[in-house]
Design a protein around this ligand. Structure first.
Ligand code: SF4
Ligand code: SF4
Ligand code: SF4
Length: 208
């Protein structure tokens, strides 16, 4: 439903998964901190007002707004794949070859078939690995260690008439860098998008 153009209609929203409410054991990042930083950037850059100025008329439609979705782990409960921007916590596994007995348990448990174990310690396919920590949990020898968590930044997801999943544009370990990158992209959108062009359509048109 269209919303009246009143001051309280925020044009940018930041949602997180409910890891804090559910005390989720999978969480890899402090999602509330990321949300605060993003909202602070949006306020300081006056993003809501500037996005509102792109819309002629008095009705704000769902796709006029920009939605940022933050998920604390690759399970993606907040649906970052269909948001304009998605931020997803992940970790990268690595193996201590001195203690690995090449049992294959990590390969068998991996939900993303990212691990190969033949006659040598596991190899991880970085393109497949979602950073979910299951391999570390199953390893009987404690041979799998996790690198410091990072986040993947996804851009350009949408539903509607022509749905599309957001694509990963990079992996980062610094909150400020991610906020800055999102800020640059939103500035490009505000300055360069055609009138009435929704964000995901602008992103696809200018990057694919
Ligand atoms: S996305 Fe991950 S951390 Fe967040 S609630 Fe879902 S399982 Fe937990
Ligand atoms: S589960 Fe552990 S011990 Fe077994 S292959 Fe994987 S890393 Fe090696
Ligand atoms: S972290 Fe998860 S996705 Fe990555 S290799 Fe281990 S089990 Fe597979």
């Amino acid at each position: 439903m269209p919303q009246e153009s009143r001051k309280a209609v925020e044009m940018l929203s930041v949602e997180t998964c409910h890891n804090e409410l559910s005390n989720c054991p999978n969480v890899l990042m402090e999602t509330a901190k990321w949300k605060r930083a993003l909202l602070q950037w949006a306020e300081e850059a006056d993003i809501s007002k500037r996005l509102r100025m792109r819309v002629s008329g008095n009705k704000i439609l769902y796709h006029h707004r920009i939605r940022i979705s933050v998920s604390g782990c690759p399970n993606c409960c907040s649906k970052p794949q269909i948001a304009d921007f998605g931020i997803v916590g992940y970790v990268s596994p690595a193996v201590n070859t001195d203690t690995c007995t090449i049992c294959g348990a990590c390969r068998d448990v991996c939900p993303d078939t990212a691990i190969t174990v033949k006659n040598a310690p596991p190899l991880f396919d970085r393109n497949k690995c979602q950073g979910c920590v299951k391999c570390r949990e199953i390893c009987p020898n404690g041979s799998i260690v996790l690198m410091d968590p990072g986040v993947r930044l996804l851009v350009g997801g949408k539903l509607g008439r022509h749905p599309r999943l957001a694509q990963v544009i990079g992996e980062f370990d610094d909150l400020d860098v991610v906020v800055q990158r999102i800020g640059q992209i939103v500035e490009e959108y505000i300055e360069c998008a055609n009138s009435a062009e929704r964000f995901a359509d602008f992103w696809i048109r200018t990057h694919y």
